[in-house]
Structures are given as C-alpha cells and as structure tokens.
Design a protein around this ligand. Structure first.
Ligand code: 1PR
Length: 572
C-alpha cells in the first residue's frame, strides 16, 4: 500500500492550533510544521487552521513569503484543507477591518470569487457560536463519515458541527462550483464548506466537532491517501434549512482538596464542603466534596455527548494562576482526547508575583491556557470590576481591561463572562435603593423571598460569592458585552446545587438585555429544567454540574427529552 501520508501544517503562530494537531494525531497521521516557502511547494497535503483575524493571517502569509507558493499550490489543485480563516482567506477579500482602520477591506488569496461579510447583529446573536447542521450541494468522499439516519423520518442527515465566527461567505450563484455544504443561521444562509477538486475547506471547526468532526478529517485524509478526493458530484438542489441547536454544557468546578489533590467538587450555593464528616478536614468541618478527577470526568462527559465542557478553578482568588501548573496540565491532558470546546475559568486577571515583583497581564495568563488547549477563558471577578469602572467613566473603553486585551488578540468568541449573582429581595420595585439595579418579578413560589417578597434584583459577587458588589447582573452583562465579551455564563448562587431549575427571571432579564449568547447555569436537576429555560428565555445554552456528576440524569436523556419537546439538540 502507499506510504502513509504526512500532513504539512501551516501554523502561523496566532492562537491555539493545539486542538487541530491533537485531532490530526487522533486520525493517525504524522505532522510536520511548515517553516519555509519551499515546504509549501513540497507538501503532500496542507492543513491551514486559521485562527485570529483575517488581516493578521494575510499579513503573516505575506511577511513569511508564503502567499505566492500557497497560491501556486492551490492553483495546481493539490490537496488542501483550510479551517475557518483557512477557508475565508481562499476568497478575494473580507469586510473584516484592520484595527484602527475605518473601512478598509482586507485582500485574500483570491482563489474563490466573492467577499467575506459580517452577520447582521441587529436580528441575531453574533458571533454564530455552536452546533449547526449542513446541507450538501455535492456528494464528496470528505463527507462519507458525516451522515446519520434521522430517528423519525429515516432520512439521511449530516451530523451537526461546531461553528464560531462573526463573518461568513454568502451563498452566491457564481461560487456554485465551490459550494460543498451550506448552513442557515437565523435566516441567513452561508457557505459552511467548499470543495473543488483537491482543494477543500470548512467554516466550521472539525477539531471541535466531536466524532463527526474527526469523521470529516478522516474522510478528507483517507481520500487524499487513496487518491479519490476529487470524486465529487453535484447534488440536486433542495430547499432544506438547518438550525443552530441548543447546547448542553457540563461544568467541572475544580479545586485542591484537603489532601492536596486536584479534584472536581460541587457546591450547594457555592459551599463545597460536606455537611457531615465525609472527607473530614483537619479543622473539623466537612471535607471538600470529591466527585472525581478532572480529566477522567471530562473525558466521560465528552464520550456521553456534552456539547462543551467548562473547567472552573474555584479557589483561584487565593493564589495566582500564572504558575498554576496542575490546571494547565488538566487542559493539556483533556485536550488530547476531547474534541468539543473547552472553557477554563478562575483567576483570569492581572497578577503580581509577590516574590519577584513581576506583573503578568491577564492576556499572558489567558495565553497560557489557550496554548494548553483551552478554546475560551471565562472571567468572573475581574469582569465585575471592569464593569464598575466602565460605568464610573461614563462608558469609556480603556483598552486595558482583561476583556479587551484578550478579545482583541484571540477574538470576542474566546472571552466568556462568568457572573455569580445573588438575589436581593424587595417588597416592591420602588424599594430598590439604586435605580441602576434592574428589578424583576419572581413568578414561582419557591423562588420568592423569606417574607413572601415578589421582587428582587440580582447582586453581583466576586471571589467565588464571598464579596458582594453594588452592581446588578444585567449591568455587568451589558458593560462586558460593550467591552468585547463574546458570551455570558450566567450562574445564580441561590439556585446553585438546589436542583429546582434555573432562575428563569434572571435568565430572561439578562438574555434579553444583550445580543451575545447567554449560557444558563445553576439549579438544573431534571431534563425538564432544560426545556423550560430554552422555551421561556432567550438563552442559547444551558449548563449543569451536580446532576451529571451524581449520575442522576444522563446527558443524552436531556437531549432526547429536548428533541421530544421540539427543541433541537445535537444527538450523537
Ligand atoms: O473570579 O475570575 O477567579 O472566577 C472564579 C470562577 O469560579 C467563577 O466562574 C465562579 O463562578 C467560580 N466559582 C467560584 N467559587 C465557586 C464555588 O462553587 N464555591 N463555582 C465557583 C461556581 C458555578 C457553576 C456551577 C453551576 C451549576 N460554580 O459552574 O457548576 O452553578 O451547578 P449545578 O448544576 O450543580 O446547580 P474568577
């Protein structure tokens, strides 16, 4: 048989391509890194996982003298797989502007006619984040592992794949020979993958699309290997559309227990110590609840169908994380076998090393996590401080907050804000002390105040719920969106660990106030809690911890229940 293929990886050093490497390795092919123009011309197959911004990718290609050989390689119809920006740069230009530069369009490689444009954010949440389907326009060996039988109508369907982008290639008649699949995002159709001959590229991230994504990579690489890659055929047009599915996220709260081991724990209203003498600590209180090892548990949730996994370092306020090797190791290990997005939170802020006096910026802290395999970082306490400053200055952006510094380098989709609010009950809306606090009405009896109060505002806390601040959850969400956050993870300390369902008034208030996606968190105990929050609020994802850790409900039970209730979920 033919000698095994070696993949030439075009890694131009922006952001994290560790997961692409891991996914290619998982498919069983060796990788070499391209470092000279000649290596482009000599490659058997090139994989170009674009991350960061369009102009940055094009600048690097030019500066390193890679643009011309790459064009030559592509025009000669040699095997190529572009991912995300690796697809967008194949087009003539992009609306994505260079920093500080009003309206200039950035030129691309010009292999495919047409221009990359931005989603209209006035009618939908932007970025387009999450799992969406694909409608094939051609049959291709690349898609051979991607179809599944639909349960109801026995129709062949493409598996959902993971997208995260604000810009897209519009579906235009003249690009028709290139379109491999199309996808719909809230009424907007776009090109989700292209293929002509041996040149192929995807807007979605196969390396983050679970087993379907690995199947796409395998389909591509195997057909390069056996020489069948260009065996494509146009398919008859259909009027089908796809839909972004609601995500089910699992969170792992991680900390060191009293014996010094890093464990997954889970609190009741943020108290992670056992109520009895289980795992008893030296000080006589209950020990830290130990639900297992972070990497092993995360791998289990990936295998069981989690759409996304978040690791939260919940005691990071006590120590700096710049040297937090155990947590970096967790990311490194987890990203080897988990091919869905990984978020890491806790301690993403500026940090001063007391011993040396050296100051590390939040960007440096975040970069270490990205390099270790994280796709997003979540910012808790520091986001509250940034929001306070934002309002104090009358809505000025300094460019110096952790949110701004990280999102300007890694993109808004890489910055999640974790909000930890507590209810402050009031008898009537007039009783609110500060007119900036958004007041909501509690409709369910079990969420009313101790004296039957029907109203409350949601007070933000910092340091894992230990310190209250005079700012409400809606205000923090709006300010952090303005500063460049891409997503909100919305907890509720009152509901955390209670298994009584998500705090719907809070979820409604925040998801209606911002246009970035909101992940509902805290309080899930049954599948119906997920369908409730999806039906009654605007959240795009829902997160649970305890019910999955205790194996009370399986992830796929939740998803099947969602589908039965008419809410699309990713079934594996
Ligand atoms: O402030 O940037 O260092 O971030 C600290 C991070 O750690 C924040 O994301 C904060 O939410 C988290 N955190 C701090 N202390 C705790 C604690 O529990 N003592 N965990 C904590 C927060 C929230 C969710 C939880 C859901 C779902 N955990 O992740 O898992 O509430 O739980 P459930 O489904 O069992 O109800 P910074």
């Amino acid at each position: 048989s033919a000698p095994p293929l070696t993949i030439s990886l075009l890694d131009y050093g922006a952001g994290n391509v560790r997961s692409v490497r891991n996914a290619l390795l998982q498919c069983g092919y060796p990788i070499i890194d391209i470092s000279t123009p000649q290596q482009i011309l000599d490659a058997q197959v090139i994989v170009f996982p674009g991350v960061g911004s369009y102009h940055c990718a094009m600048d690097v290609l030019q500066q390193r003298g890679w643009e011309e050989p790459l064009k030559q390689y592509l025009k000669a119809d040699r095997p190529y797989l572009g991912i995300c920006l690796g697809m967008q740069t194949l087009f003539e230009s992009s609306e994505e502007t260079t920093v500080g530069d009003g309206a200039s369009e950035v030129r691309g490689l010009g292999i495919i006619p047409g221009k990359i444009v931005k989603f209209d954010a006035s009618t939908r949440a932007v970025p387009h984040i999450g799992w969406n389907g694909m409608i094939p326009h051609q049959s291709s060996p690349v898609l051979r592992y991607l179809t599944r039988k639909d349960d109801d109508d026995m129709e062949q369907k493409e598996h959902e794949v993971y997208f995260v982008h604000s810009f897209f290639a519009p579906l235009e008649e003249r690009d028709a020979p290139w379109v491999l699949t199309r996808t719909t995002y809230d009424g907007q159709e776009f090109v989700s993958s292209v293929q002509k001959g041996n040149v192929c590229a995807s807007q979605f991230h196969p390396e983050k699309s679970g087993k379907a994504g690995l199947g796409f990579l395998r389909g591509f690489l195997e057909s390069v290997q056996d020489g069948t890659l260009s065996n494509t055929k146009p398919l008859p047009p259909t009027t089908q559309h796809t839909q972004l599915v609601k995500r089910v996220v699992v969170a792992l709260d991680v900390r060191t227990n009293d014996a010094g081991d890093l464990v997954v724990t889970k609190g009741d209203q943020y108290d992670v110590r056992e109520k009895d003498d289980t795992n008893t600590a030296e000080n006589g209180k209950g020990g830290v609840r130990n639900l297992g090892k972070p990497v092993g548990l995360a791998q289990r949730y990936y295998d069981e169908g989690a759409d996304e996994i978040a690791f939260l370092n919940i005691t990071s306020f006590r120590q700096g994380v710049i040297d937090d090797m155990p947590m970096l190791r967790v990311l490194e290990e987890a990203s080897k076998g988990i091919f869905v997005p990984l978020t890491v939170g806790g301690g993403i802020r500026d940090y001063k090393d007391e011993a040396s006096g050296k100051v590390y910026g939040a960007l440096e802290v975040a970069s270490r996590y990205f390099r270790a395999g994280a796709d997003k970082v979540s910012i808790g306490s520091d986001a509250v401080y940034a929001a306070e400053e934002y309002y104090k200055s009358g809505g000025k952006k300094t460019g110096e907050t952790s949110i701004e510094s990280i999102s300007s380098v890694y993109g808004v989709q890489a910055v999640v804000i974790s909000i930890d609010p507590k209810r402050v009950y009031i008898a009537s809306p007039e009783n609110v002390a500060d007119s900036n606090h958004v007041v909501v009405k509690m409709e369910e009896d079990d969420k009313k105040g101790p004296n039957g109060e029907q109203y409350c505002w949601y007070q933000c806390t910092v340091k894992g719920g230990r310190e209250e601040r005079n700012i409400c959850a809606v205000s923090v969400a709006k300010a952090t969106e303005a500063l460049g956050a891409g997503e909100i993870m919305l907890n509720c300390i009152d509901s955390d660990g209670q298994c009584n369902g998500f705090d719907l008034p809070l979820m409604k208030a925040v998801s209606n106030a911002v246009s970035i996606p909101v992940i509902a968190s805290s309080g899930a105990g049954k599948a119906v809690h997920f369908t409730d929050v999806f039906k009654k609020t605007n959240v795009k994802a829902a997160l649970a911890a305890g019910m999955f850790h205790r194996k009370e409900v399986e992830i796929m039970d939740v998803k099947r229940y969602m589908e039965e209730s008419g809410i699309r979920a990713r079934l594996i």
